[in-house]
Design a protein around this ligand. Structure first.
Ligand code: ARG
Length: 579
């Protein structure tokens, strides 16, 4: 259920009945403060401006035609012409009863599911996954989970970087290691080291650079020996990524891999078509597209190179082929791509060129979804103390270690195994929530202490809130499903909590439309905070609480627990029963 949509529909009908132009926007929003009601219609001001009349008169006309029977019990005009809507307790109670009976908490599935291709994670297999891929992997996965929860048909595409000239040097080095009887798994144990070794040889060792170049040629002609080596390399590197996905709770599998190399056979076609349509032209031996739409202030068009002068293809060529495959073969309604913001220009260019060339159906959207950089305390991109890239593996290990220390410090009677499980869920959850809760497009400063704190908007706080809510049922010895009394919304804290609970679908809609998990993060934090206020003001298990009231409040507790669990799960964060 989406209260905002229900009210918007009613408001539009009222505006039409009041004789306002059919395109008048009701501008319905959640109220910012309880004294302004629960939702408000702000559209009277805009309509009055257009019609050059008094906004309060318009507001009154809207109210006269607004049928909110059984939904709201008070409407009032405030200030210049805001209409404040106070939802009725009975409406909220009924809606909560329905949510309680539904395993999806009244979040409806899309009536017409979209086919959504989501391109995320996409590490470069020549190197170890680093913090940059954390963001792409977990933001992408949260959006994918939310889309699936709403019933869309999601096709994950892990556009791994598994091709390119750098593989010449790596394969030449791997060849020598294998010849010296090393096995691929051991040789490639640490990809960062391996890359470094190969680079040193490339720069310093006589003849090695030439061999590396030969390997590039062999790879391009799909020489059997070379391909065998390449497969070994790729396979081992993919295993590294899979370990990370498993630890992070990222749902990508092997079947979702559609690496850059998969598009190789189609790249000559892409170029041929761009040439034929006169979209790509020759410039200093290369094939380029000049994009006037993105010209700079002096009027110089932006340049998109699609083929190098030697005939080699580029990242851009592959993305055009991928666009066509996703739109026409996978039948995408939406194509969503998560990469860091530095690639924004690339995807703008790709979209303009792709649409001109007909590589994407006009009705397919192309939604590059950039994210900001993770910064260290010094305000510069996050690095190790010695200035190296931080391996994701090491970052996760450290988070779990730190969480383990915190858990051990808190007095508890947990077994060794339980402590480990808690540390693991809290450590991983903390890193994920800290990242997901930041506005997607901004840079953010990585901070161990705030992300692992049990106070404020953090995973440990939410995980702890969940254990507190669910422990009520253990304490009471009651099963939530056995509660049958009516839910009663009486106290202000109950009402605030009820409305928040019923806004879950609204939040998911925004998150899905804007590809912004931080919206869900804030929602869960607000829900947990409202629960705490409710719990302080409205005793549940205390002596003297009437049975009917107790049962009503316990049902609110149950809905909070289930919403927290479902919401955290959509973020890929696990809950615990005790911590
Ligand atoms: N491999 C690229 C990187 O690590 C990301 C690929 C994103 N997807 C795409 N279709 N270009 O930056």
């Amino acid at each position: 259920m989406n209260i905002k949509n229900i009210l918007t529909e009613k408001a539009v009908a009222a505006m039409v009945a009041a004789g306002l132009p059919a395109d008048t926007n009701p501008a319905l929003t959640q109220s910012t403060r309880p004294q302004f009601g629960d939702y408000q219609i702000n559209g009277a001001m805009g309509a009055a401006k257009k019609l050059k009349t008094n906004p309060r008169d318009i507001a009154q006309k809207i109210i006269d035609n607004l049928d909110l029977d059984g939904i709201a019990d008070k409407l009032e005009i405030a200030g210049p012409g805001f209409i404040n809507i106070h939802l009725s307790a009975q409406f909220l109670a009924n809606a909560l009863h329905r949510a309680k009976e539904d395993k999806k908490l009244s979040v409806a599935e899309h009536a017409k599911p979209d086919t959504v291709v989501v391109d995320y994670s996409a590490p470069n297999l020549a190197k170890e996954m680093h913090v940059g891929h954390l963001r792409s992997s977990i933001i992408g996965d949260a959006v994918v989970r939310a889309l699936e929860f709403r019933g869309d048909n999601v096709i994950r595409q892990n556009h791994m970087g598994d091709w390119g000239t750098q593989f010449g040097m790596l394969l030449a080095h791997l060849n020598d290691k294998l010849a010296a009887n090393e096995v691929a798994e051991t040789a490639l144990e640490d990809l960062e080291d391996f890359y470094r070794q190969a680079k040193v040889r490339f720069d310093d060792e006589e003849g090695f650079a030439d061999r590396a170049r030969e390997y590039v040629v062999k790879l391009q002609s799909e020489d059997a020996e070379c391909m065998k080596l390449w497969h070994q390399f790729i396979d081992t590197s993919i295993k590294h990524s899979e370990e990370i996905y498993q630890r992070l709770g990222v749902t990508l599998t092997r079947d979702d891999i559609m690496g850059e190399s998969a598009y190789n056979p189609d790249l000559p076609n892409v170029i041929a078509e761009l040439k034929e349509q006169n979209i790509a032209v020759e410039d200093q031996g290369a094939q380029v597209v000049f994009i006037d739409e993105l010209a700079d202030k002096e009027g110089n068009p932006s340049v998109f190179i699609v083929q190098k002068s030697g005939g080699g293809y580029l990242y851009s060529t592959t993305d055009l082929a991928a666009m066509r495959y996703r739109s026409f073969k996978l039948n995408a309604d939406r194509i969503i791509i998560f990469t860091d913001a530095r690639q924004s220009l690339h995807f703008k260019q790709a979209e303009i060129v792709g649409r001109k060339a007909g590589f994407i159906r006009p009705e397919t959207t192309y939604e590059h979804s950039p994210f900001g950089t993770m910064m260290g305390q010094d305000g510069k991109p996050f690095k190790t103390r010695t200035g190296g890239t931080v391996k994701l593996k090491d970052l996760l290990d450290e988070s779990i270690d730190r969480a383990a220390k915190l858990v051990a410090e808190r007095s508890n009677d947990f077994s060794e195994a339980e402590q480990q499980e808690i540390a693991q869920k809290v450590g991983i959850g903390a890193v994920k929530y800290a990242d997901l809760s930041k506005n997607r497009t901004s840079d953010y400063v990585f901070n161990w202490d705030t992300m692992l704190s049990f106070e404020g908007a953090t995973a440990p706080y939410l995980q702890y809130a969940y254990t507190r809510v669910s422990s009520i049922f253990r304490k009471a010895g009651i099963e939530a499903a056995s509660l049958t009394a009516d839910i009663q919304i009486v106290e202000a804290q109950e009402k605030a909590l009820a409305i928040k609970l019923l806004q879950f679908e609204e939040v998911l809609d925004v998150m899905i439309a804007d590809r912004t998990p931080h919206v869900l993060c804030s929602y869960l934090y607000e829900l947990a905070s409202l629960y705490m206020s409710f719990y302080e003001a409205c005793p549940v298990l205390k002596d003297g609480v009437e049975e009917a009231v107790k049962q009503s409040r316990l049902q609110l507790c149950d809905l909070v627990a289930r919403s927290l669990e479902t919401g955290l799960n959509l973020l890929g964060i696990e809950v615990l029963e005790r911590m």
